[in-house]
Design a protein around this ligand. Structure first.
Ligand SMILES: [Zn+2]
Length: 136
């Protein structure tokens, strides 16, 4: 593991709410964001989606809607039309985790997102709780 990567992890850890850490030691990787011209590139998008154990298509749909931007996936990266700061993107990722990853009953991230009719259910593998979540 490179030093840079460890520093990144440390920084990501600092931004995770304490309650989440205490209950699960869950680490949200920090979004690596660069602005190129009028576009914003989230460089580690696919790593982020797989760390959260979520479909990249679900995560990007959420981010695009929350940022109010157009965009698409390109390889490992997500490209947004418009300029967004790292903070703005990380803030949305954090909210995504709170809404679509963390179990509301036990606070653990060991959950699956299952299609349910036109929406989704958040199924917790740790405590068995199910909760409906809004569609993105
Ligand atoms: Zn649970």
């Amino acid at each position: 593991m490179s030093e840079d990567y460890e520093r990144l992890l440390d920084r990501a850890l600092e931004q995770v709410p304490k309650a989440v850490l205490e209950s699960s030691r869950f680490q949200i990787p920090e979004a690596e964001v660069v602005i190129v011209g009028n576009r914003t590139i989230l460089r580690n998008f696919r790593n982020l989606a797989s760390a959260l154990n979520r479909e990249p298509e679900h995560l990007i749909k959420y981010l695009l809607r929350e940022l109010g931007a157009a965009g698409n996936l390109e390889g490992n990266q997500a490209i947004f039309q418009g300029k967004f700061s790292g903070n703005a993107v990380n803030d949305r990722v954090k909210r995504y985790v709170e809404e679509f990853v963390i179990c509301r009953e036990c606070g653990k991230p060991d959950t699956r997102l299952e299609r349910h009719g036109r929406g989704y259910m958040l199924q917790c593998e740790a405590c068995g709780a199910r909760a409906s979540v809004r569609s993105v």
